[in-house]
Write a protein that binds this ligand. Structure first.
Ligand SMILES: Cc1cc2nc3c(=O)[nH]c(=O)nc-3n(C[C@H](O)[C@H](O)[C@H](O)COP(=O)(O)OP(=O)(O)OC[C@H]3O[C@@H](n4cnc5c(N)ncnc54)[C@H](O)[C@@H]3O)c2cc1C
Length: 423
């Protein structure tokens, strides 16, 4: 919260609107370059969409984000040095045609040795994508991911049984209307690392960014009503003078504050958390459901991936549905099949529905959308890049660099320390 005496004394070079990961990351980049920053956040807590609730020893992500260990931006963002990623088991487990197969975990030679030509082809295709420089990938013809999947001559079992559910989960887009270039970028990142989650819950990431900022940088409970290049007006805390303003809200709030900005379509997502009565003997695999007749996109025993998320002796199962909340009985019955375990005793801990979870990215889509509106006014967030944590962080770095250029401050040399990955 902000006191009025505090506000009267307050002035910063840059006012950032929004304390989601993009706003916090931008603050980190600017402060590291010697610029003074104030971050104003409407909600009671920082973190935006990356929120985690605690309940009876369980850590429940509101949104269940999947990160990857290959995300360069996690290593490039100051303040995340202490972030630990908990990786899923290699590749993904796909439930397709009534059986489960692991995909994306083997080299082509090993897949061949295991007797699966389809798996070998898939591993080879992923390997080629992993090796492709990003510029080459972004120069490929662009259409929807669904059309690209149909045209690439892959066997139906690979295209529809594995890649379709994998891409739907990575893009949070069940119809695969996303740009094929963005889909290729997502597959490339998948192929280069391991899917992972932050230890302790999604909120660990913004919490660490916020904790590494100087005291009194972030002010929560402050809703911004209007912005100009040198001034921000809030609903209840007066005005803030500054040299530049950076909007780091979601796409809709950004367009409300800057009416020239486009409001994209959105994908909606529902996340369900179940606690099992006892430990569920299941590894830390991400399990994809390839049967579109059922509502589940992907599910995992999150406590097997990150043991800090459940109390001893219980397991936490987190399930993502790409759409509105389905009847909970339907989900429970599908989970019983997917986990080959009775779910009668499972306790439903939470259902989180986010109607505007992520902005849609249909073709033609520029994953490096401009972040400088004009000198003094900038915008960042997942709607200016890919609709991911990685995209939000990268847009924040691009926007911070645009501010520094306009201030005449030299850009910092790139640093890429390795991020700790838990075994
Ligand atoms: C259900 C769901 C699943 C997801 N799954 C994944 C995934 O698997 N992998 C992945 O990488 N990403 C995923 N994402 C996307 C990822 O969470 C977002 O891309 C990222 O968190 C966006 O961060 P941001 O800072 O751009 O925006 P936000 O987190 O939306 O932050 C914007 C902040 O601005 C504040 N604000 C808005 N208006 C005002 C105002 N007027 N004044 C002051 N403050 C204001 C908001 O309160 C908010 O805190 C998912 C998101 C959801 C919702």
């Amino acid at each position: 919260m902000l006191t009025s005496s505090h506000h009267a004394a307050h002035h910063a070079d840059v006012v950032i609107v929004g304390a989601g990961v993009s706003g916090l990351a931008a603050a980190q980049h600017l402060i590291a370059a010697g610029v003074t920053v104030t971050v104003l956040e409407a909600a009671a807590d920082a973190g935006g969409r990356m929120a985690t609730a605690s309940a009876d020893g369980f850590r429940l992500d509101r949104t269940g984000q999947l990160l990857t260990t290959a995300s360069a931006e996690l290593s490039r963002t100051p303040g995340l040095e202490a972030l630990t990623l908990r990786p899923f088991a290699p590749g993904v487990l796909v439930h397709t045609d009534g059986r489960q197969l692991r995909a994306g975990a083997l080299t082509p030679a090993r897949a061949l040795a295991s007797g699966s030509l389809d798996q070998a082809r898939l591993s080879a295709a992923l390997g080629r994508l992993a090796a492709l420089p990003e510029e080459k990938l972004l120069a490929r013809p662009e259409r929807t991911a669904r059309a690209a999947l149909r045209s690439r001559g892959l066997p139906p079992r690979t295209a529809h049984g594995v890649l379709r559910p994998l891409l739907s989960a990575l893009l949070r887009d069940p119809e695969l209307t996303t740009s094929s270039r963005v889909a290729d970028l997502a597959l490339r990142t998948f192929a280069r690392g391991r899917l992972a989650v932050p230890e302790g819950g999604a909120a660990a990431l913004p919490d660490q960014l916020a904790a590494a900022l100087p005291p009194d940088t972030v002010h929560t409970g402050v809703r911004v009503r209007s912005v100009a290049t040198n001034r921000v007006t809030t609903e209840e805390h007066g005005t803030f003078d500054c040299r530049s303003v950076l909007l780091a809200t979601g796409a809709r709030a950004a367009a409300d504050l800057l009416p020239g900005l486009r409001v994209p379509a959105f994908h909606e997502v529902t996340v369900l958390h179940h606690a099992t009565a006892g430990p569920l003997p299941w590894d830390g695999s991400l399990l994809l459901d390839a049967d579109p007749a059922w509502p589940v996109s992907h599910t995992a025993v999150m406590s097997a991936v990150d043991p800090t998320r459940a109390p001893a002796g219980r397991s936490l199962v987190t399930t993502t549905v790409l759409g509105p909340p389905p009847p909970v009985r339907t989900v429970a019955s599908r989970l019983a099949r997917l986990y080959e375990s009775a779910t009668r005793d499972w306790e439903l801990l939470a259902v989180h529905h986010t109607p505007e979870a992520v902005p849609a990215m249909p073709p033609p889509y520029d994953p490096r959308r401009p972040v400088r509106v004009l000198a003094g006014l900038y915008v960042c967030g997942d709607h200016r890049d890919t609709n991911t944590v990685q995209g939000a962080l990268r847009s924040a770095r691009r926007a911070a660099h645009a501010v520094l250029r306009d201030f005449g401050i030299p850009l910092p040399a790139p640093q890429e320390p390795a991020l700790p990955v838990a075994a």
